[in-house]
Design a protein around this ligand. Structure first.
Ligand code: ZN
Ligand code: ZN
Length: 130
């Protein structure tokens, strides 16, 4: 699968038994539909977070194409005050997270299952930056 930003092939990484696609040039992450849910813990905070998704029609960020169906993705703001802005496939193939956005999401409230996922993420990206 190619990165929707750089068009470079992404690599597959395993994060707490979830396979994610990661672009080593821009640091972005592609999550197939349902994978974000797997990385989030506590069902209550997870549902609260997922229901905070709001389509953002006015953003000036460039829209990107879904790496699976190639259609333009929609911008969605998520979290309290629409803190994180992600790209979501309109056909529900999955979501695209720019570098650092998954960490931001996991750090929000009590979203992370435990600190393990966050720690894994940090390790993965620390390796990359060395
Ligand atoms: Zn990229
Ligand atoms: Zn798609």
């Amino acid at each position: 699968m190619d990165c929707p930003v750089c068009k470079e092939p992404m690599i597959v990484l395993e994060l707490d038994e979830v396979e994610i696609d990661h672009c080593t040039s821009c640091g972005g992450i592609w999550l197939d539909a349902g994978e974000l849910e797997l990385l989030l813990g506590d069902p209550d905070s997870r549902d609260r977070f997922l229901s905070s998704f709001e389509t953002d029609e006015v953003t000036e960020e460039r829209s990107r194409r879904c790496p699976i169906c190639r259609k333009r993705m929609e911008k969605v703001s998520a979290g309290a005050n629409g803190k994180v802005r992600i790209d979501r496939c309109r056909n529900n193939d999955g979501i695209w997270l720019d570098e650092g956005e998954l960490e931001e999401i996991l750090q929000m409230g009590s979203l992370g299952k435990d600190d393990r996922v966050l720690r894994l993420l940090k390790e993965m990206f620390a390796k990359k930056r060395q």
